[in-house]
Design a protein around this ligand. Structure first.
Ligand SMILES: Cc1cc2nc3c(=O)[nH]c(=O)nc-3n(C[C@H](O)[C@H](O)[C@H](O)COP(=O)(O)O)c2cc1C
Ligand SMILES: [Fe+2]
Ligand SMILES: [Fe+2]
Length: 426
C-alpha cells in the first residue's frame, strides 16, 4: 500500500483497519487552508468515516464531504458490499460528514438511517429530500449487528444542536463525531504515528467546542464511564494511544478556572474603555469607583489600548459582568470595541451582566450601538447606557459613580432602588 495516499498496489484508495471488524473509509484533504470560514487549516484536514462489521450486517458511521465521495466509496468497496449495509449512523449533519449520504442511500436503499432526535428537523433542510426514512435516537438506544452493536449517546451542541456520539461496546470504540477531532491531515492516521498535532487539537477545541463548555462537561459524564480502547473522531488523528488523555484535556479545558479561586458569593465585573481625549476614561474611572463600593464584587478596569484582545476574551468568558466605554467617532463606537465584541463569539455570554457608557460631541450613537450589540449577544443590560457630552462635569462624574454602583448592585442581586442619591456618592 502507498501509505502517503492510502492506496493499494493498483492505485485505488484502501480502507484502513482499526481492528479486525472496524475500518476507516474516510478521505484526506491535505490542500484545504480554511474550514467553515473561521478556521485555518495549516496542513489540511481529513473527513473520517468508518465501517463496522457484525455477524448480521454492516454499519457505516458518518460519510465525507461531497467531492471526496469517490475515495469514500472505493474504500468501502475494499471491505464490504453495499447489499450488506444494514445501518447508517450520522453523528452530525454538517455537510463535511453528509456529502456522500444521498448517493450512499441510493446504493444501499435497504439501510436504516439513525440520527439524533435533534437532527430530525435539520435533515430535510440539509438534504432537501422529503422522502427520507430515518430513526431518531437518544442515550440508551442501541442497534444490534449480531455480535457487534452500537449504542447512542445524546451529546447535543458539540458543536451543532444535532450532534451525538456512537459507542461500539464490543470493540471499545467511541465514534465521537467532531468531538475530540481536529483539522490535521496525516495519512499515518493514528495518533501514535502522525506528526505533532497538539496545536491543531487545542485550536479546534478553542474555535469549535469552547462556546459549548457546559455541553462538553455533560457529554464527558456519558463518555468517561465507558471502557475505551480507541476514540474515532470525524477529523484528524484516530486516538488509539491513551484515548483517556484527550478526555482529560477536554475536561481541563471546559471547567471554569476562575471560580475555584473566588468564594461562592463573590462576583467579577470587568470594565473596558477606550478614550482619545480622556473623557471616556474619566467616566470609566468614576464607574470603577462606584462599583468598588459594593462588597464582594471583584472589579477590574482596563484600557483597551493597552491590551491584546485574546487574553481579554479569556477574562470575559469567566466574568459575571462587563461594562464597555467608547466615545462616538464618525457616528459609531470605535474599532477596538468592535474588535473585542467580534472576538467573543467563541465564548458563552448568555445572561452575563452588561453595561455601556461613553463621551460624545454631537450625535453620540456609539453607546446605543454597543448596547444593542450586547443585547444581541444575549447579555442582560438592565440599565440604559450612560452618555456624557464632551468633558464630564462634577455632577456627571457622580452620575458615573452611581452607574457603576448600580450595575455592581445589580450583579449581586441587591439593587433595590433605582434612584441613588448623588450626594451620598461624593
Ligand atoms: C475624528 C472624530 C470624529 C468624531 N465623530 C463624532 C460623531 O460622529 N458623533 C459624536 O457625537 N461625536 C463625535 N466626535 C466627538 C467625540 O465623541 C468627543 O470628542 C468625545 O468627547 C471623545 O471622547 P474621548 O476623549 O473619550 O475619546 C468625534 C471626534 C473626533 C476626533
Ligand atoms: Fe461540524
Ligand atoms: Fe466536521
Amino acid at each position: 500500500m502507498n501509505s502517503a495516499k492510502l492506496l493499494n498496489d493498483q492505485g485505488q484508495p484502501q480502507a484502513v483497519p482499526l481492528s479486525e471488524r472496524v475500518h476507516w473509509i474516510g478521505a484526506l484533504d491535505p490542500n484545504l487552508r480554511t474550514f467553515d470560514i473561521i478556521l485555518k487549516t495549516a496542513n489540511g484536514t481529513t473527513y473520517n468515516a468508518y465501517v463496522i462489521r457484525g455477524s448480521s450486517g454492516v454499519a457505516i458511521i458518518d460519510t465525507v464531504k461531497e467531492g471526496f465521495s469517490a475515495d469514500f466509496f472505493t474504500r468501502f468497496e475494499s471491505v464490504a458490499d453495499y447489499s450488506e449495509i444494514r445501518v447508517i449512523v450520522l453523528n452530525h449533519l454538517e455537510p463535511d460528514h453528509t456529502g456522500a449520504l444521498p448517493e450512499l442511500m441510493r446504493r444501499a436503499p435497504q439501510a436504516q438511517l439513525f440520527i439524533s432526535q435533534k437532527a430530525q428537523s435539520m435533515l430535510k433542510g440539509l438534504l432537501k429530500q422529503n422522502e427520507l426514512r430515518f430513526t431518531p435516537v437518544l442515550t440508551g438506544d442501541s442497534v444490534s449487528l449480531g455480535d457487534r452493536s452500537l449504542q447512542f449517546l445524546h451529546t447535543p451542541y458539540l458543536h451543532w444542536p444535532d450532534t451525538q456520539c456512537t459507542y461500539a461496546p464490543e470493540e471499545g470504540i467511541l465514534f465521537s463525531g467532531d468531538v475530540f477531532g481536529c483539522h490535521f491531515c496525516d495519512s499515518r492516521l493514528f495518533n501514535d504515528r502522525v506528526g505533532d498535532f497538539r496545536f491543531s487539537f487545542e485550536y479546534y477545541y478553542a474555535h469549535i467546542m469552547r462556546p459549548f463548555k457546559e455541553y462538553v462537561l455533560r457529554a464527558l459524564e456519558l463518555i468517561q464511564p465507558l471502557p475505551l480502547r480507541l476514540i474515532a473522531p470525524t477529523h484528524g488523528p484516530i486516538l488509539r494511544d491513551r484515548p483517556e488523555h484527550y478526555i482529560q484535556r477536554y475536561h481541563q479545558l471546559s471547567i471554569p478556572a476562575l471560580h475555584s479561586e473566588l468564594s461562592a458569593h463573590q462576583k467579577t465585573l470587568l470594565i473596558f474603555y477606550i478614550s482619545s481625549y480622556g473623557n471616556t476614561r474619566r467616566m470609566a474611572e468614576a464607574i470603577y469607583q462606584g462599583a468598588l463600593q459594593v462588597e464582594d464584587v471583584r472589579v477590574s478596569l482596563y484600557d483597551l489600548e493597552g491590551g491584546e484582545v485574546a487574553p481579554f476574551v479569556d477574562l470575559i468568558e469567566e466574568a459575571d459582568g462587563m461594562i464597555l466605554g467608547t466615545p462616538t467617532i464618525n457616528g459609531d463606537a470605535v474599532k477596538p470595541i468592535w474588535d473585542l465584541l467580534s472576538s467573543l463569539t467563541v465564548v458563552n455570554l448568555k445572561s452575563k451582566l452588561g453595561g455601556v457608557f461613553g463621551s460624545y460631541g454631537w450625535t453620540g450613537e456609539g453607546v446605543r450601538l454597543v448596547e444593542d450589540r450586547l443585547r444581541g449577544l444575549k447579555l442582560r443590560v438592565p440599565i440604559p447606557g450612560l452618555r456624557v457630552k464632551l468633558i464630564p462635569t462634577d455632577d456627571e462624574i457622580l452620575e458615573c459613580r452611581a452607574f457603576g454602583l448600580e450595575l455592581a448592585q445589580e450583579l449581586m442581586g441587591i439593587r433595590e432602588n433605582k434612584q441613588v442619591n448623588l450626594a451620598d456618592l461624593s
